[in-house]
Design a protein around this ligand. Sequence first.
Ligand SMILES: *Cc1c(COP(=O)(O)O)cnc(C)c1O
Length: 391
Amino acid sequence: MSIMSHPDETGRFGEFGGRFVPESLVGACIEVEQFFTKFWADEEFRQEYAEILSSYAGRPTPLTEAHRLSEHLGVRVFLKREDLTHTGSHKINNVIGQALLTKKMGKSAILAETGAGQHGVATATAAALMGLKCRVYMGEVDVERQALNVFRMRLLGAEVVPVSSGSKTLKDAVNEAMRAWVSEIDETHYCIGSVMGPHPYPYMVREFQRVVGEEASAQFERLVGGSPDVVIACVGGGSNAAGTFSGFVDSPARLVGVEPEGGAAIAKGSPGVVHGMRSQLLQDEFGQVEEAVSISAGLDYPGVGPEHSYLASLGRAEYRCAGDEEVLEAVTTLSRLEGIIPALEPAHAVAYLLREAGKEIPLGSTVVLTMSGRGDKDAEVVAKLLADRLS
Ligand SMILES: *Cc1c(COP(=O)(O)O)cnc(C)c1O
């Protein structure tokens, strides 16, 4: 059986995962698990999901051979183009799956929390498509910082609730969303945005992202034959990486997840419990969760999905870091060599590739790299940082 098949009945991947939530939420998680298990085994649900991904989200996305980058590096690089999906990132795969599940559960509303706003916008998009009410919790600080995404969510018909407790950022929004879910569980589904949280979310979100890896491995087989030598994806919570890896985990390919230097939960963290799961996380000697710092808002999360902690403990996947400076370099290089402006998150994967081609990645290797999203959303940040360097 594949290493990435199913967690055990308590939702554990080895010693990681599980369901560490208050008693009041256990029943809700079990309900999600039961419905997901039922519908994921249902051919009709699968077809409906696949049909929406194709006619609405733009799947399958291409696997693009990056010829000039390949020549530059001396390795043969293929990019899995999640940046070409509707809304511009792999997040759409997950939110469409969960919104469809919400309807099948007979519920009329969906709620989510968001930090930078990307998951909020994706959730609001899927809710609009399916005629669901949508409420997004967002820290007050983030509401101010991400005015454009707040506008997008409202335009899409979602209610955005600014959270003023605690540090007024993502973790406070998570607490508020959980509280709201408990009080309206009959009509509302809670949509988590990555392979994180209590069971079944890490498993369910990975299954909804599995399409990325399955397409990529079939496309590679057609274009080149066999399996690539190395598969690379960036890791925030770890959903695009988990989806990508699931298509290659049973092949001989080396799997590499790339975390930001300032948020390297696997490379620099230790096991602990956060947001309903046991996983690797950044914490101080007293078990206080530490803030992650990165130029990429989508990656500055102090924890990581439990299945990545498990794959790391087995040695099946390896996790590396990329720093802000080399990430900016990667944005420029990919833009100029391929005409593809990457989001800052996948630019971490590109930075690792640029640094290690000819070293950890032997010359002549074949590489599949997941381009998880397009760079438009980061243009302002990147413009500021690169202003005096571009001519
Ligand atoms: C949100 C986001 C990520 C990080 O999320 P994962 O769950 O780690 O995939 C990566 N890339 C893009 C483009 C994103 O929007």
